[in-house]
Write a protein that binds this ligand. Structure first.
Ligand code: BTN
Length: 258
């Protein structure tokens, strides 16, 4: 059983930023590793609301009271090249929790790399930020998770929803975060011990829109059009263009075109 250290706030700029401040105050490299756990690992920051909630790619994250805003610090002993899998690994963990609360008639799906959708509408997202210490110490991963429990924003280009849209039995933020931490613990253990293969299969099983036409935008702004084929064994997205050529997007995002 993991011992988490909780830091709870009524309101904070961003739980990811607060987690980084807390960890940096402790000067990472001067702390001994205890019982196989690196300094700062399993710190959890929770806020009732965020003033400057951050989404991926510099976007704002809607953060009024009533939803979940949580950052958990992990320091996985995996090659740096595998760190991009964390969004997918945590997406699987989040999905397993959400499915306890909604009827199987609704389509609870994962959109590469970090979105959780119900019936095509975004209910949550994951923002993983990583610091690499200058020594051999493991990376510090700030895994920020936002789930719309009670309300969702009105977005023009991207429909959103909340758990309350699908059930009257919405758990409290604290109950949801406890379930989520347990789920992350299980999936992380599989990932660090056995690798990405089984998690990849579960992710693909619940992937939203395989085969659909998409626009892929790589982090460097490069755009490509094609059909969403799959994710490769490392977690990168594969898009096949109209000539059947396959293109890899390692980081970035996709927009469905139909
Ligand atoms: C996205 O879909 O773009 C990622 C959204 C991540 C939002 C969460 S809320 C908790 C944590 N703190 C932040 O500022 N962002 C993440």
């Amino acid at each position: 059983m993991i011992e988490y250290t909780f830091y709870k706030y009524d309101s904070i700029d961003s739980t990811n930023d607060e987690a980084r401040r807390l960890i940096n105050k402790g000067d990472l490299e001067q702390f001994p590793q205890e019982a196989g756990t690196a300094w700062g690992e399993n710190a959890v920051v929770l806020a009732d609301s965020q003033i400057n909630g951050k989404g991926r790619l510099g976007r704002h994250w809607y953060s009024p009271p009533g939803n979940l805003y949580m950052t958990v610090v992990k320091r996985p002993q995996v090659p740096i090249t595998q760190l991009s899998q964390i969004s997918l690994v945590v997406g699987v963990a989040v999905r397993r929790v959400l499915e306890k609360f909604i009827s199987p008639d609704h389509h609870l799906a994962l959109k590469w790399p970090n979105d959780i959708l119900i019936n095509g509408m975004k209910i949550g997202g994951i923002l993983v930020e990583t610091d690499i210490p200058s020594t051999e110490a493991p990376p510090v991963c700030y895994i920020g998770i936002g789930i719309n429990l009670l309300s969702s924003p009105d977005l023009i280009n991207y429909p959103a929803c909340s758990l309350l849209d699908f059930t009257k039995n919405v758990p409290t933020r604290d109950d949801f975060s406890r379930l989520l931490l347990a789920s992350i613990e299980t999936v992380f253990e599989d990932w660090t011990k056995s690798g990405f293969q089984e998690i990849r299969e579960e992710w693909l099983w619940h992937a939203y829109g395989l085969g659909k036409p998409v626009q892929g935008i790589a982090e460097n702004g490069f755009k490509l059009y094609g059909r969403l084929l799959t994710i490769d064994p490392e977690g990168a997205l594969i898009i096949s263009d109209e000539d059947g050529r396959e293109h890899l997007v390692r980081s970035g995002e996709i927009t469905y075109l139909s």
